[in-house]
Write a protein that binds this ligand. Structure first.
Ligand code: ZN
Length: 170
């Protein structure tokens, strides 16, 4: 199996749904960036297209190496559902998940993963490695990459550029 599936056509209802939820994830990522964390946001939506969890990266302000957007959103969704099993749910995340988050997504039994920008350093859905399709994955979710990719990538690039600027001109 090859990942990820390319985005559906732009006028397709599925694309409009992905666009809507990814836009919310981007807004959450912006909140992370404003608090001094790398801007990554995530939302979890159930089979009825209802929001059941959301989060953004807050490693810096929580001093927690595991406080990635996906982990925060999965925990919130589990609390909301009163179950760790997130079968038939979709997670939207602005950046390709890292190995830790791919592991958590597999354990949560999420059915579909939709992400924005590829992560050339630690992307574990396809770019640096493909753990969803690896031997440790007993149930591979459907993975769709490239939804609002340009916006997600620019958000990250702008944040890193601003941080470099601050370092050079404090
Ligand atoms: Zn992660």
């Amino acid at each position: 199996m090859s990942y990820p599936i390319p985005p559906p056509p732009i006028d397709h209802p599925e694309y409009r749904r992905h666009h809507r939820w990814m836009s919310r994830a981007i807004a959450l990522a912006d909140a992370a960036g404003q608090r001094g964390d790398v801007p990554v946001g995530a939302v979890v939506v159930d089979a009825g297209n209802q929001l059941i969890g959301e989060g953004y990266n807050h490693r810096e302000d929580s001093h927690d190496p595991t406080a990635h957007a996906e982990i925060v959103a999965l925990r919130a969704a589990g609390q909301m559902r009163h179950s760790w099993r997130l079968t038939n749910c979709t997670i939207y995340v602005t950046l390709e998940p890292c190995p830790m988050c791919v592991g958590a997504i597999i354990l949560s039994r999420i059915s579909t993963v939709v992400y924005g920008a590829d992560d050339v350093k630690t992307g574990a859905a396809r770019t640096a490695m493909n753990l969803f399709d690896g031997p440790c994955s007993n149930r591979s979710p459907r993975v769709i990459g490239g939804i609002l990719e340009e916006t997600c990538r620019q958000q990250l690039q702008a944040w890193f550029a601003a941080r470099r600027q601050d370092r050079h001109h404090p």
